[in-house]
Design a protein. Structure first.
Length: 144
């Protein structure tokens, strides 16, 4: 079901990043409220407001009463921040530096070291473990 609260998502470009399509009748380059952006991207409004403090380049228009309006470039930047922080494992500081072109730091990957080994019960489980490891490596290569 699509609508203003449930936008249609589609893959776009070589990275196959899902871009929101707002089904509210507005032009694609129209200004969007923080609520519309939050619903389309699945990011809570308070997180968007916090990111405005953490990322100086994220500056939506503010109108009377402090109401925020996001331009298409602002929405694209929010998508990039979300990808860096939630999919690629960057810290907020690292994402900010990466967006500024100064590199950036990824969050420490302690989960792999803390994962206990999977007990083997025979050739079938060994094959499964190998397939899972190969899949994990392919995912890591695609995201990193």
């Amino acid at each position: 079901m699509t609508g203003p609260d449930n936008p249609t998502l589609f893959s776009d470009g070589p990275d196959h990043i899902e871009r929101p399509v707002f089904a509210d009748g507005k032009a694609p380059d129209a200004l969007r409220t923080i609520g519309e952006v939050a619903a389309a991207l699945g990011i809570r409004q308070h997180v968007l407001r916090y990111w405005e403090e953490q990322f100086p380049m994220l500056r939506p228009l503010k109108r009377s009463g402090g109401r925020r309006y996001y331009r298409p470039d602002d929405i694209a930047l929010v998508e990039r921040i979300d990808r860096l922080v939630h999919r690629e494992g960057y810290t907020l500081r690292g994402a900010r530096l990466a967006l500024q072109g100064k590199g950036g730091e990824k969050a420490p990957v302690g989960a792999e070291a803390a994962t206990p080994p999977i007990p083997s019960t025979g050739p079938a489980s060994s094959e499964l473990v190998d397939r899972l490891r190969a899949l994990r490596n392919r995912l890591g290569a695609a995201l990193g």
